[in-house]
Write a protein that binds this ligand. Structure first.
Ligand SMILES: CC(C)(COP(=O)(O)OP(=O)(O)OC[C@H]1O[C@@H](n2cnc3c(N)ncnc32)[C@H](O)[C@@H]1OP(=O)(O)O)[C@@H](O)C(=O)NCCC(=O)NCCS
Length: 152
């Protein structure tokens, strides 16, 4: 069976309502608010957000990047549970990295929870390598962040 088509488009305000229920269940204590997302989208000069949609326009995933000078930072990546392991996160990341390159970035960084093996595997697959650890970065000091980097 052919996998259903996925379309990647720029995030707009209407997508925020669709992603909020997932944001809370997927990111728990690290979840962003709708207002937080609205501020992120308003900062078009430095930030760029994408969403992945299914054939009926339903939300499948989202991701964002910030570019300052020649350095990019991946800010978030999420794929709804029912759409995982179909390459959607890779598609979103590829889109963000292409945009970052276009904006002049020559390297990209990200932080990921040390206990999030799925995301770390994704990032390694996308060419990122560990460059450091930020002790106690998440959950009020309880969980370390792995810092990863790749050239663009
Ligand atoms: C991490 C996450 C974004 C991956 O999304 P996804 O669309 O399923 O990822 P992809 O299908 O693009 O996977 C690409 C590669 O990443 C790796 N990967 C993804 N999920 C994995 C898992 N659960 N276990 C091991 N490796 C995994 C694999 O190498 C995979 O390639 P493969 O399927 O050919 O083996 C998704 O699981 C998610 O939203 N998790 C909750 C939120 C989160 O943790 N976000 C990241 C915060 S830093």
């Amino acid at each position: 069976m052919t996998a259903p088509a996925v379309t990647v488009v720029a995030m707009n305000a209407a997508h925020i309502d669709a992603l909020m229920p997932y944001e809370r269940t997927m990111f728990g204590t690290e979840a962003w608010t709708a207002g937080g997302y609205r501020s992120e989208l308003a900062d078009t000069k430095r930030r760029h957000y994408l969403v992945a949609q299914g054939e009926q326009g339903e939300l499948l995933g989202w991701a964002g990047v910030m570019v300052i000078a020649d350095s990019a930072e991946i800010l978030t990546v999420g794929v709804v549970p029912s759409a995982r392991r179909r390459g959607i996160a890779r598609q979103l990341l590829d889109g963000l990295l292409a945009e970052a390159r276009w904006r002049g970035a020559v390297e990209a960084f990200l932080e990921v929870r040390v206990d999030n093996q799925a995301a770390q595997s994704l990032y390694v697959r996308e060419g990122f390598a560990q460059v450091g650890v930020r002790p106690g970065y998440y959950d009020g000091g309880r969980v370390d962040a792995v810092v990863m980097r790749r050239e663009l």
